[in-house]
Design a protein around this ligand. Structure first.
Ligand code: SF4
Length: 307
């Protein structure tokens, strides 16, 4: 990751003002994440003038073509917080999201939902969605489940995991000795892909920054990624479920910081999507092993009937 301290501080004042105005303009459009595209002959070199050149800025709405590029983008993302108070510290301000000045997580999530608006950022908005499915649950949950995207039932009710797969997820949560209301549940994409197809990588990349912001507000101790799409998007890596399961990953939401200096990310575990478990119930035992690993991490004890 590029070091902010490496940023030159001798930017021409006029150029700096122009940059501030441009970033403010992007913020007003709901774009907060900026990435500097590395150039093959000068990766690692920071030239401030490149930031003001639109052709050199890849914002969060542009997407890589491969998993490798996702990793590369993540590694070179410049976290530049932007609530521009002074042109002098512009590079220290560029990624500040509007909810970060709010301490109440309910209000912070509301701000993110309002920022999402009647979203048309990816093609899923025009492919038959009835409504945006934002996420549901405890805004201070220690445990968060992240799935792939809404299905027909979720699209109809506006809540994630309410169909058959949702019932199974509820049972999995209950087996852990907790309730659905105690956790937070969301998806990588917030609109139903037509015919329940797998969301495209570009759709995941466009929608997931809002999920990252939700995670930074909720500050869970553990996230369980349900299925390969959720795991690959959150971890920005490509691997099989067999390779992804059975261990914890250190996770920090990409390009967003929590307003709590004591929260520096969380653990992430991967398990099967409940819809897959409905198709192949033989894997339920494996999923239970994943959840037991999570319970141990959180110091939870299963109810007697499961032990
Ligand atoms: S899936 Fe996400 S990014 Fe795409 S239109 Fe829906 S809310 Fe917007």
């Amino acid at each position: 990751m590029l070091s902010l301290s490496a940023m030159p501080r001798t930017l021409d004042p006029e150029l700096r003002r122009a940059l501030a105005a441009r970033i403010r303009y992007y913020n007003e459009m709901g774009i907060y994440d900026f990435y500097r595209r590395p150039q093959s002959d000068r990766v690692g070199e920071i030239a401030a003038t490149t930031v003001v050149d639109e052709t050199e800025i890849a914002v969060s709405t542009s997407h890589p073509e491969s998993e490798e590029e996702i990793s590369s983008r993540k590694a070179t993302a410049v976290a530049m917080p932007v609530a521009i108070q002074s042109d002098e510290n512009i590079f220290d301000l560029i990624a500040l999201k509007p909810e970060q000045s709010v301490s109440d997580p309910v209000k912070a999530l509301k701000i993110i939902r309002e920022d999402l608006g009647d979203c048309t950022r990816c093609v899923l908005h025009k492919q038959g969605r009835k409504q945006i499915v934002f996420g549901v649950g405890n805004p201070t949950a220690e445990l968060m489940f992240v799935g792939e995207g809404p299905g027909a039932d979720e699209d109809a009710q506006g809540e994630p995991f309410v169909g058959r797969a949702g019932q199974l997820l509820n049972n999995m949560i209950k087996a852990m000795g907790i309730t659905r209301e105690q956790v937070y549940i969301a998806n990588i994409v917030k609109c139903r892909p037509p015919g329940n197809r797998t969301p495209e990588r570009e759709e995941c990349a466009t929608c997931s920054p809002f999920l990252m912001r939700q995670i930074a507000v909720i500050k869970p101790k553990v996230i369980v990624a349900l299925g390969a799409v959720a795991a690959k998007t959150l971890l920005a890596m490509s691997a099989s479920m067999a390779q992804l399961r059975g261990r914890f990953y250190d996770f920090r939401p990409a390009s967003v910081r929590s307003n709590d200096p004591n929260w520096d990310g969380c653990k992430l575990a991967v398990t099967y999507h409940p819809a897959f478990l409905l198709r192949d119930p033989r894997q339920k035992g494996e999923a239970w092993k994943d959840l037991q690993m999570v319970m141990k991490e959180l110091g939870m004890k299963a109810p007697k009937s499961n032990s």
